[in-house]
Design a protein around this ligand. Sequence first.
Ligand code: TMP
Length: 203
Amino acid sequence: MSPGKFITLEGVDGAGKSTHLGFVADWLRAQSRDVVVTREPGGTPLGETLRELLLHRDMDPDTELLLMFAARQQHLAELIRPALSRGVWVVSDRFTDASYAYQCGGRGIPAERVAALEAWVQRGFAPDLTLLFDVPPDVAEARRAAARTADRFEREADRFFSRVRHAYLDRARSEPARIRVLDARQGIDALQVEIAALLQELG
Ligand code: TMP
């Protein structure tokens, strides 16, 4: 049996990526794939407990980074790696690109620290495809304002999200084959046509 593929969705808070998670999963299921949908931080009982702390408790930026990777290690060990080896495709709402974008871009932690944790926890493992939902800061801001009560990240200032966005776009420029940038200002239907084409390319 061939292993499953790992697809991640990324973007600043308010980019609208979560709207498209279900579409990705349904599209793959229509191609007779077994699919599991998950998220970070989270995805396992321990990861979801860490998520509560990460989203609601104030903490030092390095503690935040370490907890993101503690949750990620558990996610890989308990869910992602076993599913892929059973031939199941895994679709995750965020993964390590978010640590580069938020903890490095947003909080200013040096990228070498994230790279060291990534090497330790992932041992060369990376997503097969990353969909980066990109929107200008004012659009993301308006969408965040319309959303439910804000968590610790969503309460950050606009300039924080501007740094996060630029860090995401820098990563996309350095890994253009894996990270595909989508203009998330488009309507849902137009975006889904683009997403379907990228999934098709993945085979
Ligand atoms: P969500 O709102 O998309 O569910 O993500 C929760 C928050 O966690 C979001 O504001 C981004 C943040 N985050 C990081 O800062 N670093 C990470 O590595 C991950 C996975 C998420």
